[in-house]
Design a protein around this ligand. Structure first.
Ligand SMILES: NC(=O)c1ccc[n+]([C@@H]2O[C@H](COP(=O)([O-])OP(=O)(O)OC[C@H]3O[C@@H](n4cnc5c(N)ncnc54)[C@H](OP(=O)(O)O)[C@@H]3O)[C@@H](O)[C@H]2O)c1
Length: 445
């Protein structure tokens, strides 16, 4: 592993040098163990501690298949799917691996008694499989997390529609929270040259998701002038949605839960901010009954901030807790676009406000290759910036996941895999210097 790292750290290694490197038989990775699936049975979600379920193990290097690459991972990031996996909610991810394993002898490799997690990476290609022409050993890359087979016609207009669509490192094995990862080469994209490894690894999943959900015509298709209500505006998804709204000439109305998060939204350039804790919204009177007066109070607050306008788009992901309010506050003809249900997936809303006001609810999930590529391109051009707030070592992934589980983090939380320290991997110092304050926004607060 040291030879791989030396080749990456040296400035004059060639593609041939990388191709000649001997690959190790095993590598260190963050895993879940199948025999621990029931370890949190009966516990409340908030009492399930990722530090107990996430292990740092030495695992065997998987065999490389056609159309795939083995990548030396310099850095990765924690996503909320790492939290879901680590607390075995809503289901154990080993079921995904078993199902994938039944597809073909090649996918059978994924069905193991351990699951290597992680849906983001920045690193260097070590080997490519048969049929790969676009990438070669030594290429500095990031990987998006869409894994598709594309053997059905269903996915050929929009690869997210492939019946065998999976999220790499969540519904497949050999993810990015490891020293080496296995990806399909149609997941690879150029690493933004002005970013460090850990910065480059952090946008991937959430940036692509926010791009499809808000900007793409497959999502809300945001346009100039739109008012966009963004829940969790300083969180993983929200920190990119806020940037997209601002960059696209829309007005974000950022919902956050404390002063520090409000300051981060201001630092990104947002002006309309709602502190949901300080303003004390209680959308539910009890477990089964919502309080429409609280929806109205939120709607009134939005109008105060927008000069009397309602929102064209709600960027939804908290789910059950906020969905009724989201449907209510959307303007006539507007769109509620949802990609998640963090607080519960059985939503309840008053349908009269949807049909009478001709609103739309749009489901959105990750992004196709093109959308992920476009989102990464905007990062590479310095138009959208990483929102990295803190970086952990691979050994500390459990703690990093606990922070996200407990909503103690800001933006994104990074993880160093092979990178021995932060700050490495910058190839375009000039572009970096131009954007340094924006790149560090989430670290400075
Ligand atoms: N479908 C997809 O492709 C996809 C992709 C990425 C993420 N997701 C899902 O989307 C969700 C959010 O992911 P993320 O990375 O943005 O997580 P995150 O970094 O934890 O940010 C979510 C933010 O939402 C706010 N929030 C949480 N619970 C809330 C509640 N009950 N009411 C109002 N606001 C609440 C919090 O902000 P404040 O406390 O400041 O309000 C939190 O910071 C997760 O469930 C994740 O699995 C789905």
């Amino acid at each position: 592993m040291q030879e791989i790292l030396d080749a990456i750290l040296s400035t004059d290694s060639t593609s041939a040098d990388f191709a000649a490197l001997k690959l190790p038989d095993s590598y260190r990775a963050i895993t879940l163990h199948k025999d621990e699936e029931q370890m949190f049975a009966g516990l409340d979600s908030r009492d399930k501690d990722p530090r107990q379920s996430l292990h740092l193990d030495e695992v065997a290097l998987p065999e490389l298949g056609p159309g795939e690459a083995l990548v030396a991972v310099m850095a990765s990031a924690v996503n909320y799917n790492t939290v879901w996996s680590s607390i075995y909610e809503p289901v154990s991810t080993f079921g995904f691996l078993e199902r994938y394993g039944r597809l073909s002898p090649l996918t059978k490799r994924h069905d193991l008694p351990y699951h290597v997690l992680g849906s983001d990476l920045a690193g260097v290609v070590l080997r490519t499989g048969a049929g790969v022409n676009a990438w070669k050993p030594g290429d500095e890359v990031v990987a998006h997390c869409l894994s598709v087979e594309l053997e059905s016609s269903d996915g050929h207009n929009d690869t997210m529609m492939d019946p065998e669509q999976r999220i790499w490192g969540f519904e497949t094995n050999f993810g990015g929270l490891a020293q080496i990862a296995l990806v399909k080469t149609n997941q690879l994209m150029p690493k933004p040259a002005h970013l460090t490894w850990e910065e480059a690894a952090s946008p991937g999943l959430v940036n692509s998701t926010a791009y499809r959900q808000l900007v793409s015509r497959n999502g809300a298709g945001m346009k100039q002038g739109d008012n966009v209500l963004i829940w969790g505006a300083s969180g993983g998804l929200g920190s990119y949605a806020t940037q997209y709204a601002l960059a696209g000439g829309a007005t974000p109305i950022c919902v956050v839960s404390n002063d520090q998060k409000a300051d981060i939204c201001r630092a990104m350039g947002a002006e309309a901010i709602i502190d949901r804790s300080a303003e004390g919204y209680k959308f539910w009177k009890d477990e089964n009954t919502q309080d429409p007066r609280e929806w109205k109070r939120l709607g009134g607050r939005i109008r105060e901030l927008t000069g009397g306008e309602d929102v064209d788009i709600v960027f939804e992901h908290p789910g059950r807790e906020t969905f009724g309010a989201s449907v209510y506050v959307t303007r006539k003809g507007g769109t509620i676009v949802t990609c998640a249900s963090t607080s519960g997936f059985m939503h309840q809303y008053d349908n009269r406000y949807l049909w009478m006001s001709l609103k739309k609810i749009v489901g959105s999930h990750f992004a196709n290759y093109r959308e992920a590529w476009e989102a990464n391109r905007l990062v590479a051009k310095g138009k959208i910036h990483p929102t990295l707030s803190k970086v952990y070592t691979l050994e500390e992934t459990g703690q990093a996941s606990l922070d996200v589980h407990q909503n103690k983090h800001q933006g994104k939380v990074g993880v160093l895999c092979l990178a021995p320290e932060e700050g490495l991997g910058v190839r375009d110092a000039e572009l970096r210097a131009k954007h340094l304050p924006a790149i560090n926004r989430f670290r400075d607060i």
